[in-house]
Design a protein around this ligand. Sequence first.
Ligand code: GLC
Length: 790
Amino acid sequence: MKPLLVLTLLLTSGTFAFAQDITTLEKIGSVVSLTKTDNAVTLTCNDNSQVQLTILAPDLIRVRASFTKPIPTKDHSWAIAKTEWTTPRWSLKESTTSITITTDELEVTIQRSPLLISFSDARTHQLLSADERPMSYDANGRLANMLFDPKAGSFVAASKKLGFDEHFYGLGEKAAHLDKRRSSFVNWNSDTPGYVEGRDPIYQTIPFYIGLQRGIAYGIFFDNSYRSYFDFGKSSQQRAWFGAEGGEMNYYFFYGPSIKKILGRYADLTGHMPMPPLWALGNQQSRWSYYPDTTVEEVVNEYRKRDLPLDVVHLDIDYMHGYRVFTFDKDRFPDPKALTDKLARQGVKLVTIVDPGIKRPTDKNERYHAFDQGLEKNYFQHRRNGDLFVPRVWPGESVFVDYTLPEARQWWGNLHRVYTDNGIAGIWNDMNEPSDFVDQTGKNQLDVVSDDEGEKTTHAKNRNTFALLMSRATYEGLERLRPDRRPYVITRAAYAGIQRYATMWTGDTNSTWDSLALNVPMFTSLGLSGEPFVGSDVGGFIGRGNGELLVRSYQVSFLAPFCRNHKVIDGYDQEPWRFGKYYEDIIRKYLKLRYALLPYLYTALEEAHRTGVPPFRPLLLNYQDDPSTYNLDDQFMVGDDILLAPIVKPDVTRRLVYLPAGSWYDYWTNKKYAGGTMISVEAPLEVVPMFVRAGAMIPVGPSQNYVGEKSSDPITFNIYPDDGGSASATLYEDDGLSPAYKTGAFRRTTITARRGPDGFAVTIGPVQGTYNPGPRKFEFVVTTGERVLR
Ligand code: GLC
């Protein structure tokens, strides 16, 4: 099938109606008895339901409910990274009407009849979140279980009172605003090329959100991989509810009050992002598809000739022999190793796409190792009646691996040897919703069974975790094949926990201003959902771009973790030089600035690895007490110190910028502004409004065209003194490539500067970690007013 035709088909596939009315559901019974263990309280209800509250940490309580039957002994989730917790101090108090669990931070009150749970601050007793109605389930099939899966059980839901001024953030990848208040969403991983704002669901499922009221934040992670629903006060201004078409009522309640603390706990629970290789922060170039090998070389040569930085080129599906994963087309790429060696000498790495569809040979005599081995070992998905499941994707009729089988994951991972042996540096996992051209809604897959730890569950449960497990198999394979290198995996679809295995991009966007404007709330929301390494196709994927759009797109993405220009097969060329010198020169300026700021970006990325706090963040993450930041969809911060206010509309050369409390320096002019107010600034196409927080010191590395081209000597610290004349910085360094950082081979340096009578005194604090970066100079440049003193 022609790719163009397929795209058109995909574009017309529908969006799910959101018609669930939870008020018709059966409510859980009242509490009749209670048992207590070391870390949990189990309540039994008069309808035989059970509710279990497990105290994992002072700020983390798990709520699990089983309707009309006891809590099952089986307890497994693909999302959870940490199952063993040191039980914190807690106490239990019972009265005739309620039960109270208290930790050092949280007070959980369970009203016995009707059963209502509320969470408050243990110290101030301030209410954080309270049930609006008892947890409920669909006893009589009033809400159609759209998945028709007998194993799924019934629809389950929990409903919380909606605060008049409560804001909602997170929920992963949604084509929506930053603040999700008064909107509703569905999670059902879907291939949605050309999506626009409001299209829902799209590729990923991260059923985790943060509520914020009066500056105080809590989080809820509803760990249920069935099709799930979140309604933040859309259907009724009384309630914010969440539910799923099957599985357990199973959620984790996090208490801040700071969002940063919640993100840290969420990372503890679902996994911390490992450090990607430093070169993954380099500029990346892609297109569907660069071939043959000489075209790839031309792209790289062009970059080098034009003095444009580049670290990575992506090979899209046409590098393969007839779309067969784990093969190279012999005519287009006769010697992949020679190609990667050649590119390596120019400082460029190759990343190859690997889709989940393994081609089923049309000719019975054809031997294709991936298909033959998988079939022989019984690693492919089957329908309930035992038939091989045969979806249709780029290679035509294909099969999918059952990634819930540990041995199948191992096998899949090992198949990547053909890439690592040929010097391929990273893997791009696409189409893993999983997309099926036969039917994009998943209906055709509903009777597909996965082993799922011996439970033999269906697609209803496994669709949303398919990409998580595929990425896991890929990541773990790369780890085994190249133990001395950090794996680099990019994924399109995901479930919570994905950050342990893959970075992500936002799929098939449009080359339009609306699509560009969506980048900002999508990146910041992903950051608030435990996915720190994000990006979008720079310039947009589908449709006709232009120089102005491309420049503004780079001005959004040049400090995003993933910065990759990519374009659809039938699109116009959009590499940085394609619209002429005027635009190319501006793009060069921003790419060069990205590379200069790599020490700052890498330090921010390590913060994400350690603490869960993303580099690309909404202002509210740094200024949680400032309501003016709660709804900002067109500004963001990178780390604690750099604020950007991009232009996401055509022909606009001036805009309002909100500067939070403190003082700020215009990055371009050094003009100092008092914060806590809106200012109006000039933004001709050459300029993205960019500000540095007074009190910051920004580490800047050498100007280079690829990571490692030059040594990081000197590192220049640009000092932006606060009103008292002080500034400080942290610099994180490691070898950028190996996993040695995990065992302490890094260096964290803390530096402070203070204005004294004879100029600035700089103090370099004691360093942390065992990594020795070798001798290099630190230089300091002081920014004062509108001129720079050396
Ligand atoms: C999907 C991907 C896109 C890729 C194309 C061909 O549409 O999202 O990035 O170029 O497939 O592989």
